[in-house]
Design a protein around this ligand. Structure first.
Ligand code: AMP
Ligand code: MG
Length: 423
């Protein structure tokens, strides 16, 4: 039972703070553009070639006669062109299925599933989009089996129950742990992959929430410390009493590996949504950027739209999962490892945009712990990501690299937006 809840904790659904923003008109234009231009261009080419052939075949013909025939040909070509344009428009827009080759290259496939304790929706485009998503779902299932905290056959379960012994794990798991330790180091412990015992005391693993005593927290912090995780080759060793919790990076990391599978299967345009962790592969099929809605943490509505291509986007916030204590205070699920208490950094939401989902996921959690000033400092020293921070006071702070890609919803135009710049 405990294991079941542990799994819920580790790969927790986050309420899709980021989601695809639909724009019907834009899609329609791309649709026509993709299908309409090519035949018209081909026809114009054919008409001009016929005129050249005529000239070559009849160089000695009378000038008048030649001009008249030419005019006749051009008029016929014009009428034919008009008919072709109108009919192809009608067929392409209203009966696209009549064009087997076109519809095949633009093939769209979608899959919805529940894995890693989150709702996952994947949409891919391309000739073999269906196969790509089937393989993607298989990969996801395999990763879940490796990283589940509850499955006694999983790597993480074995490590967490290793009683101080080195445990052999798969390559994916050792790379995941290695990345977690590297990010823990880089964020100076704001990301703490061994926070589990403290998290558990707060009841976030069982949904039986409570406020632990200060002494209890202090004692449990004794079992927390990424520096004491020993990763050597393909073995992981924890001190007795320590436990790994990779919930802060698991979905982002899985997103990268699943995106790789989708691409290996030939899809260059896809959107993978792991419960709000977005992995955008390439652009939309019409070549335009993906439009992602950013959830307003205060009202649940849309705060604005982010337009990106070939990027991952991940949001963290304590408003996603929290409980109200008997003291009337709100306690969230992101813990500040320095205190053992839910992070109160003045931020309500942190969105990270970067090339890799794993980096986004690790930073969304750890920069949330750090707060605005430290997060801005961290960004200046690590220019490989962009971020959008929302403060408790209702201000938006975003980095200069993403400022042009983010459009605030008109209902929120009164919100103050600050651009964080390199000095
Ligand atoms: P995320 O939704 O990616 O921000 O991850 C939050 C989850 O990571 C929580 O539900 C916990 O399972 C775990 N967690 C909480 N605080 C931390 C922390 N400081 N470092 C690493 N993982 C944490
Ligand atoms: Mg995270």
């Amino acid at each position: 039972m405990d294991g079941f809840f542990t799994c819920r904790l580790t790969f927790r659904q986050k309420g899709a703070e980021i989601y695809e923003a639909k724009d019907g008109f834009e899609n329609m234009c791309g649709y026509c553009r993709d299908r309409g231009y090519a035949p018209v261009l081909v026809f114009l080419g054919l008409a001009s070639i016929s005129c050249r052939i005529f000239e070559m075949a009849w160089p000695q013909g009378g000038k008048d006669m030649k001009r008249k025939v030419k005019q006749l040909l051009l008029t016929a070509a014009g009428i034919a062109l008009l008919i072709l344009v109108v009919s192809s428009f009608v067929i392409l827009v209203f009966f696209p299925d009549m064009l087997p080759s076109a519809s095949k290259t633009q093939n769209e496939a979608s899959k919805e599933l529940f894995a890693m304790d989150t709702y996952i929706t994947m949409t891919a485009y391309g000739r073999d989009a269906e196969t790509a998503l089937t393989e993607a779902a298989d990969k996801l299932a395999a990763l879940e089996q490796l990283w589940s905290v509850t499955d006694p056959n999983s790597d993480i379960y074995a490590v967490n129950h290793g009683e101080g012994h080195p445990i052999r794990v798969s390559e994916e798991t050792s790379e995941l742990v290695s990345f977690a330790l590297q990010m823990a180091e880089e964020t100076n412990g704001a990301l703490e992959p061994t926070i589990y015992p403290v998290l558990s005391a707060w009841g976030f693993t069982t949904e039986e929430h409570r406020v632990p005593s200060e002494t209890e927290i202090a004692e449990l912090l004794g079992n927390v410390g990424y520096e004491r995780v020993r990763l050597e080759g393909d073995t992981v060793q924890l001190d007795n009493g320590m436990m790994l919790d990779l919930g802060a990076i698991g979905k982002g990391y899985a997103g990268d590996l699943v995106a790789q599978v989708v691409q290996e299967n030939g899809s260059t345009s896809a959107l993978l949504n792991f419960g709000g962790n977005i992995q955008a592969i390439g652009t939309k099929p019409d070549g335009s950027r993906w439009r992602l809605g950013l959830r307003d943490p205060f009202t649940g509505g849309t705060l604005g739209v982010l337009e990106i291509s070939n990027m991952a986007v991940v949001t963290s916030g304590n408003y996603e999962r929290y409980f109200i204590g008997e003291d009337g205070k709100q306690y969230g699920h992101i813990i500040d490892p320095a205190t053992g208490y839910p992070a109160e950094s003045g931020l309500v939401s942190v969105t990270i945009v970067a090339g890799e989902g794993r980096l986004c996921d690790a930073l969304s959690t750890s920069l949330f712990v750090m707060g605005l000033d430290k997060a801005a400092e961290y960004w200046k020293q690590h220019p490989d990501f962009e971020m959008i921070l929302i403060t408790e006071d209702g201000e938006i702070d975003l980095t200069e690299g993403i400022a042009d890609a983010f459009t605030l919803d008109s209902y929120h135009s009164n919100m103050r937006v600050n651009v964080i710049e390199y000095e």
